[in-house]
Design a binder for this molecule. Structure first.
Ligand SMILES: [Zn+2]
Length: 127
């Protein structure tokens, strides 16, 4: 699950999903500019959370977080649990970016919409 190959492929898919979301004419508060998604080893991830001293999703350990200023999402590669997991939480992080807010409530409000769209696009691709 944590092999670099899997991680880089996932990274690509995430990038594609992000641009899909962007292309599907998300306007106003749904539009999101994603800087980068970085998959880093656990030690580096902890370093990053210390350096930035910022947002880590509450109640779900520290598996990924968003640095709003650089619009970068950091993912702890050692806790990677598959594409479904990634899609679910990436939606949350994109929610932070779209709302430009560190509040969980704001992020989740937008994330629900992203998850709906992600599900629709996955269903569309399987037909
Ligand atoms: Zn959050």
């Amino acid at each position: 699950m944590t092999s670099p190959m899997v991680a880089s492929r996932t990274r690509l898919e995430v990038a594609n999903e992000a641009s899909d979301l962007h292309r599907s004419r998300l306007t106003g508060r749904w539009a999101v500019q994603l800087g980068a998604v970085l998959f880093v080893p656990h030690g580096k991830y902890l370093d990053a959370t210390r350096i930035f001293q910022l947002h880590v999703p509450q109640g779900f350990g520290s598996m990924m977080f968003t640095h709003l200023a650089s619009r970068t999402v950091y993912v702890d590669n050692d806790r990677y649990m598959g594409t479904e997991w990634l899609g679910h939480w990436m939606a949350h992080e994109l929610g932070h970016l779209a709302s430009n807010s560190t509040k969980e409530g704001d992020a989740e409000k937008v994330a629900r919409e992203y998850r709906k769209r992600l599900k629709q696009s996955l269903v569309a691709k399987s037909h």
